[in-house]
Design a protein around this ligand. Structure first.
Ligand code: FMN
Length: 416
């Protein structure tokens, strides 16, 4: 597999040589792209000697081979299409800003826009540059676009200051590279049906019963599954989000719509991820005309259909069913009860009483609950979390070595 290492103009540029060697030890074919600033710190010759390939130093370089075909090719497009991962280490504040804003004025930034391969950035800079709101905002944009950020470490910095900004250890960057390479196409052949958003139940022609779900977690699940090679069907209640390109979008409004959409596509799915927050109740008889204010109002509600139960009832062998549960108290006990009662393979448990995570946030922390394990997935960006949830879901396919008693205390472990 081919990995492209982008080296930027920071003090830590010399550490990229060690990263290149470490990647090569994993039998990866490593190519290097250097920004102009990077060449003030390290000579391209260092990387050329290590990799055996010409180092790309500018948009206007001539391709490696002198033959007619190669000479007529567009090098950044070739590099973009042929690489299996792009890892930028060290990533400067400047390159993070360029990536976040789509500036393509040199080879590395153009390659970033042109590639569909996974991208990892390992920033390194002075602590004030790192903590600057502009840098943090750019990182947030990139993390939301599925760029894997390997956070810098804290310590004594080359500028003489102490704090966060030191390039992550080579081993940490290597782990991130191996993880994205491992994920590439590991869902090929799967059809993942994801439900997302919060369903709405009409009270009258202008009002509805709804909930605070933004749909971000479900959309992140759909994006991650698609990136990993799955065919994705996204059954979505109304959200303000744009679905991933190329997935089959099925817009729905009510719980009944969602149930119909899911059940009619059940035969196609190999994995169902039920991340939607469905209304549990609807008005028994929605008003025909807009309700007017005139003293106290009593609404008669009736329960909606239980989609998860209907899915489990109709499941065929081999279909994995993962539900979500948002809880505000006794989170583990309620989650466990839902798991056993509904017969899903796993429940992703959200403690929505926690501040800063969950509803409408870009971050979340969950417990992935199966019959024999409770895996804590600590607070992280929802896109990153989506990959962990898919990893755990795929693990359900592997035979369990130890089957714990269902009524024994669940071991709580850390996700690995
Ligand atoms: C001596 C020196 C050290 C620098 N170290 C860093 C650094 O560690 N991180 C960073 O983001 N920028 C650093 N800079 C600033 C970048 O080199 C500058 O923003 C440059 O435009 C980055 O270009 P590039 O992103 O295309 O590589 C440094 C500049 C100098 C002169």
């Amino acid at each position: 597999m081919k990995v492209t290492v982008g080296v930027c103009g920071g003090i830590a540029a010399y550490k990229a040589a060690e990263l290149v060697r470490t990647l090569q030890k994993q039998a990866l074919d490593v190519h290097v792209v250097m920004t102009e600033a990077a060449q003030h710190f390290v000579q391209p010759l260092t990387f050329a000697a290590l990799t055996g390939h010409k180092v790309i130093t500018g948009l206007w370089d001539m391709p490696e081979s002198a033959d007619a075909d190669a000479a007529s090719s567009i090098e950044h497009m070739d590099a973009a299409q042929s690489t299996d991962a792009l890892v930028v280490a060290p990533a400067t504040a400047n390159v993070l800003a360029k990536f976040a804003h789509g500036v393509a004025d040199d080879f590395l930034s153009t390659l970033y826009l042109a590639t569909t391969a996974p991208v990892i950035v390992a920033p390194a800079m002075n602590v004030n540059m790192w903590q600057h709101p502009a840098t943090q905002a750019n990182l947030e944009v990139l993390a939301n676009r599925n760029v894997r950020v390997v956070a810098p470490e804290s310590g004594y910095l080359a500028c003489g200051m102490t704090g966060a900004g030191r390039l992550a250890e080579t081993e940490t960057i290597l782990e991130a590279v191996l993880s994205v390479l491992h994920h590439r196409n590991d869902l090929a052949g799967e059809t993942v049906l994801v439900t997302a958003g919060g369903t709405r139940e009409a009270l009258d022609p202008v009002r509805f019963l709804g909930n605070r779900s933004s749909g971000k977690m479900g959309y992140a699940m759909a994006e991650a599954a698609q990136r990993r090679g799955a065919r994705v069907i996204l059954v979505s209640a109304p959200t303000a989000l744009r679905g991933p390109a190329n997935c089959e979008m099925v817009p729905v409004v009510t719980t009944q719509d969602m149930r119909d959409a899911v059940l009619s596509r059940l035969d196609q799915a190999t994995i169902i991820i039920k991340a939607a927050a469905v209304a549990d109740y609807r008005a028994r008889v929605p008003a025909d005309q807009k309700l007017r204010r005139s003293g106290p109002l009593t609404l008669e509600l009736e329960p909606t259909e239980d989609i998860l139960a209907a899915v489990v009832e109709r499941r065929r062998p081999g279909l994995l069913v993962v539900g979500f549960a948002a809880e505000t108290e006794d989170v583990l006990a309620h989650g466990r009860d839902k798991l056993l009662r509904k017969g899903a393979d796993a429940i992703v448990l959200n403690d929505v009483s926690r501040e800063g995570v969950g509803f409408d946030s870009d971050r979340n922390a969950v417990t992935f609950l199966t019959r024999d394990r409770a895996i804590e997935l600590p607070e992280m960006n929802k896109r990153e979390l989506a990959d962990h949830i898919l990893d755990e879901t795929l693990r359900l396919r592997r035979p369990l070595q130890v089957l714990a008693e269902t009524d024994a205390d669940l071991p709580v472990t850390s996700g690995d």
